[in-house]
Structures are given as structure tokens and as C-alpha cells.
Design a protein. Structure first.
Lengths: 128, 279
């Protein structure tokens, strides 16, 4: 893995060339959920549906576990993985709360109070 | 000849479209957002553009990872609202302007901006939410729209400087079109927001307002800001702001600010909005 200047940004996976290559099949699976018949097939038997895609076992497991951060680490892109959330009937805010490890209410409250501050969140080297 | 009279910048948060479509625009949470666009609706009703060039990004709706154009121009007769997983937004089909769009494509390519030409494309909230904010809920959109899609999903997006220069090239191309048309350019997306990972929910008012100031008064300096600054300061999805530089590049060096609005939050995002007029 080539070190990039953005790798020091905490809690953030940029969807760069490396991630895109890693996540191609995972993201194309997500893209297939744009069609209602595919959403139905996925819901009917998630494992069987996932097995039709050239994804790694680890990627399939993050989907089955709805491990949203895990999907991103393995090459998922949020605009693609959010299609799984839509299939589950979850809102963007709900998965944002899950990814940042708080309840939906806590997350909503944080946003109402002006969002997550950039102070302490610019770099992994920032004092926390 | 055709001429660009003004630019509109706005965030294109999907939840804004959903609030409008589901009749929630009057709720206390949403009321301040829509209030910020009341003056804009009056402005555009008076401005009456003949055509809008709408710079936006697709969010894995029309383009998957199979094809990732950096700059794509919609040359079709019409563009249907995309089904983003909940069914298409109940908004009018977007009518294109193929004659001007093809002219732009030709002129931009000869001007060394290698556009991807799109003859069939559904348009997602990135394009339809700005139209809803500016026009409300009409039975038909009041004028044709030329979609100009910019990749900001696959990193890296085009640089701010490239976007700014594309805006200048768009102006030259518009002004070489013989028909008298009044054109307004929209730049959409942003402002600060991050939708992914443990840092989701990042908002940076200071960065956003400095961006608005510089976009108005010193866009050439803003165009030099590197991607890493946007990502670090305005969140991984805040990088969408480079699209505002395309709109700004299409305007005069000095512009009049007809309207400026900023509000936090709309869902996960800071909403910013400008109307800038040429002299």
C-alpha cells in the first residue's frame, strides 16, 4: 500500500484507485440493488445472492453483518453501500450513526448542534 | 448570441428532495432551509433563463464503476429522474437542449476539454434537488436543462483549477452560439459534509464561509486549493465543492451577490447557496 497524504485523516477512507480496485465486485453487487427484482432476490436469500458475485469471503461477511465500516475498509464506496441500507429501509442518517458508533438520536442531536467539529479531527496526529 | 447572465450555487442534499416530496417542507426542521430559497424563487422567476447548464455529480445512479467520466455533458432530448432505491422522485422529466448541448460539446472538445457525450442518462437528486429548490413543485420545469456531470465519487475528482478553467471554456462556447439565449449556470453539491466512517457528520462553518467569500471575490485563489484541504477540512464528500468553481469560471471576474444563504444542518450536510450576477 502506497502511503498517501490523506491516510492520516482519521475515520475516513477515500475511495481512491486502490480502494476502487479492491471493491469493484462489492460495489457492483450494491449497484445491482437498484433493481426491485434484485432487491427481492437478495432479501429472499442473501448468502445465495452474494455467492453470484466475485466478492471475497470477507467482503460477503461484512455485507451479511451489515458492518458498514468494514465494507468501506474492503473497498466499498458509501454511495454504493448505501444501496444496501436503502434495501433494508434504513436512512442515510441511521447508517451514519452506526458508522460513527452512536445512537441515531445522539447523531441527530450532534447534527442539530452544528455537526461534528473539525477540531481534533483533522489528523490522526491531532491531540484527542 | 447566447450569453451567461448569472450563476447559482447550491447544495443538493437528497433529504431536501425527500422533505419536499413528502410534504414536510413546513416542518420546523425543514422550514429554515426552504425559507433560505424564497428569495431565490422570486429571483429566478424574474430572471427567466432560456436554458440552465446544471453542473452536478451522479451518485452511483447513472454511472456505476463500469464507466467513470470525469466530465460528461448530457446531449439527450430528455432525462428521466433516476430510481435511487426508493423509486424515482415525483418530479417532472428534465427536458434537455440538444442543439446547445452538442454545440458546447464540440466547442469544449476543440478548446481542449475532452467531454464525454451522453445521449441517454437518468438524473438523480444531484440534479433534481437544485431544480426543486429554485422552482418549487411545478408540473413542468420552466426551461430546458443541460446536465453536466462531474466525477467526484472516484478519487481524485478534477482539480479546482481544471473546474475553474472549464467554466471559462463553457462561457466562450456559450458566447459562440448564434441564437439569443439567456443562460444561467448552476454549480451544485457541498458544502462541508462527510457521509462515511467514524468521522461522518463533520461540518466546518468556518471553512464553508471562507469558501463562499473567496468564491465571490477571489475565485482564482480558491481554484488553487488542493483536494487534501477540502477532504481534511470539509469532509470526504465536501470535495463536491470543486463543482462550484465551474459555475464561477463561467461568470465575470467581478460579480454582484444577489443572494447568499448558509444553514446547518440538512440531514448530514451544511447547506450553502449563492446567486451571482454578471455586470
Amino acid at each position: 500500500m502506497t502511503e498517501k497524504p490523506y491516510h492520516d485523516i482519521p475515520g475516513t477512507v477515500l475511495f481512491d484507485a486502490e480502494q476502487s480496485r479492491r471493491g469493484f465486485h462489492l460495489n457492483q453487487f450494491c449497484m445491482s440493488l437498484m433493481k426491485p427484482e434484485n432487491r427481492a432476490a437478495f432479501k429472499a436469500d442473501e448468502r445465495a445472492y452474494l455467492d453470484q458475485w466475485k466478492m471475497t469471503e470477507a467482503q460477503k461477511q461484512t455485507v451479511l453483518d451489515r458492518d458498514w465500516n468494514g465494507m468501506l475498509a474492503l473497498g466499498g464506496n458509501i454511495y454504493f453501500t448505501s444501496k444496501i441500507a436503502a434495501t433494508d429501509g434504513l436512512s442515510f442518517r441511521q447508517i451514519a450513526a452506526m458508522m460513527s458508533g452512536v445512537s441515531e438520536d445522539e447523531y441527530a442531536q450532534m447534527m442539530l448542534q452544528g455537526g461534528r467539529s473539525v477540531e481534533g479531527n483533522r489528523s490522526k496526529k491531532d491531540p484527542r | 448570441m447566447a450569453r451567461i447572465t448569472a450563476g447559482v450555487a447550491t447544495s443538493h442534499v437528497p433529504a431536501i428532495g425527500a422533505a419536499l416530496d413528502n410534504g414536510k417542507a413546513g416542518e420546523p426542521y425543514w422550514q429554515p432551509v426552504f425559507a433560505g430559497y424564497e428569495a431565490s424563487k422570486a429571483w429566478i422567476a424574474a430572471e427567466k433563463p432560456d436554458v440552465i447548464i446544471l453542473v452536478y455529480n451522479d451518485h452511483a445512479s447513472a454511472f456505476s464503476l463500469e464507466l467513470i467520466p470525469t466530465f460528461a455533458i448530457g446531449c439527450a432530448e430528455a432525462f428521466a429522474p433516476a430510481d435511487e432505491g426508493w423509486g424515482p422522485r415525483p418530479v417532472p422529466v428534465v427536458q434537455g437542449h440538444p442543439e446547445l448541448a452538442w454545440h458546447l460539446a464540440e466547442q469544449l472538445i476543440l478548446d481542449e476539454f475532452d467531454m464525454t457525450i451522453v445521449n441517454r442518462m437518468d438524473v438523480d437528486h444531484g440534479l433534481t434537488v437544485p431544480l426543486s429548490l429554485m422552482f418549487g413543485q411545478p408540473a413542468e420545469w420552466p426551461c430546458p436543462v443541460i446536465p453536466l456531470a462531474v466525477n467526484v465519487v472516484q478519487y481524485p475528482p478534477p482539480t479546482g483549477n481544471r473546474c475553474f478553467n472549464l467554466g471559462k471554456a463553457i462561457r466562450r462556447a456559450v458566447e459562440s452560439y448564434p441564437e439569443d439565449l439567456k443562460v444561467v449556470v448552476f454549480g451544485t453539491g457541498g458544502m462541508s459534509h462527510q457521509l462515511q466512517g467514524p468521522r461522518a457528520g463533520l461540518i466546518n462553518r468556518e471553512f464553508d464561509n471562507a469558501f463562499l467569500d473567496r468564491l465571490i471575490d477571489d475565485p482564482a485563489a480558491q481554484a488553487k486549493v488542493p483536494h487534501i484541504d477540502y477532504v481534511r477540512e470539509a469532509g470526504s464528500e465536501g470535495i463536491e465543492l470543486v463543482m462550484w468553481l465551474i459555475m464561477r469560471g463561467a461568470l465575470d471576474d467581478k460579480v454582484r451577490v444577489a443572494h447568499r444563504f448558509y444553514h446547518v444542518p440538512a440531514s448530514n450536510t451544511a447547506v450553502g447557496h449563492l446567486i451571482l450576477e454578471n455586470g
